[in-house]
Write a protein that binds this ligand. Structure first.
Ligand code: A3P
Length: 273
């Protein structure tokens, strides 16, 4: 291969990379990886494989840098990226709006109590010396005390607060709220809503999924880069520690008003309370 032709290929390739037109902005542990892996089955969707963290950590590198991290696209394909920390990043709404005010925003939400336990399970898998969930939830570690809302796994579940910031920059019509629960028990139904929201032909359906009873989650028959059936990796669908009923009840009561506010804001009752 001559030098000229490889350079030409390089430029051609670069020219086809596009900034995302849709983003999966959160929430952490909501099922964001499942959503990305499922939607990218669609032939008109191209996705960045790993989290780019542009609108939080790498914004100073500029839009050319961001674009260079996107996969090449063919005409008619949409580019999508997911970084779940965007949802809670203060500056992100303004920055995304600056890139493109018509960006479509996908948010996977899940019962904040389960989400907190999932978040904790991930954290303890990296730091096995962590305290028990119960003792981190309450100030001073005792159930008689108030809930520690400064603890990340708890704070992040107050979805209405973060959404308020986003709604200063984007109308509700530009959001799609995906139920993390439904993404597990009826992925095809959630995928129908998502394809419609993104203006895509309905390609992904029941036939793409099977329920793996051992894993306890839906898995894919085939998808990009996989010719064989496969599930998400070991870090998705971990076993959660069993949490005392009284602790769960306290958390449920704590989130109730915030959940109600979130249902009001989105016009969707997610059925967590
Ligand atoms: P757990 O591992 O705590 O069960 P994220 O990708 O945003 O980090 O979310 C991870 C969560 O996605 C998992 O949390 C799991 O509950 C959920 N999930 C949804 N669909 C899944 C699937 N098909 N396979 C594995 N996990 C899935």
């Amino acid at each position: 291969e001559t030098d000229i032709s490889s350079k030409y290929k390089y430029f051609q390739d670069q020219g086809l990379r596009q900034l995302p037109t849709a983003l999966i902005i959160g929430v952490k542990k909501g099922g964001t990886r499942a959503l990305l892996e499922f939607i990218r089955i669609h032939p008109d969707i191209r996705a960045a494989g790993s989290e780019v963290h542009f609108f939080d950590k790498n914004y100073f590198k500029g839009f050319q840098w961001y674009r260079s991290h996107m996969p090449p696209t063919l005409e008619g394909q949409q580019t999508i990226e997911k970084t779940p920390s965007y949802f809670i990043t203060k500056e992100a709404p303004k920055r995304v709006n600056h890139m493109n005010p018509s960006t479509k925003l996908l948010v996977v939400v899940r019962n904040p109590v389960t989400r907190a336990i999932s978040d904790y399970t991930q954290a303890i898998s990296k730091r096995p010396d962590m305290k028990k969930f119960e003792s981190l939830v309450f100030i001073n570690g005792t159930i008689g005390n108030i809930i520690d809302t400064s603890w990340g796994p708890i704070k992040l579940g107050i979805y209405s607060r973060y959404l308020t910031r986003w709604l200063k920059y984007f109308p509700l019509s530009q959001f799609l709220f995906v139920s993390g629960e439904r993404l597990i028990y009826d992925p095809a139904a959630e995928l129908r809503r998502i394809q419609s929201f993104l203006g895509l032909k309905q390609v992904i359906n029941e036939k793409h999924f099977y329920f793996n009873a051992t894993k306890g989650f839906p898995c894919l028959f085939k998808s990009e880069g996989h010719s064989a059936p496969h599930c998400l990796g070991k870090t998705k669908g971990r076993n959660h520690p069993k949490i005392e009923g009284a602790v769960l009840q306290r958390l449920k009561d704590f989130y109730r008003p915030f959940n109600d506010r979130f249902y009001q804001m989105t016009g969707i009752n997610f059925g967590w309370t």
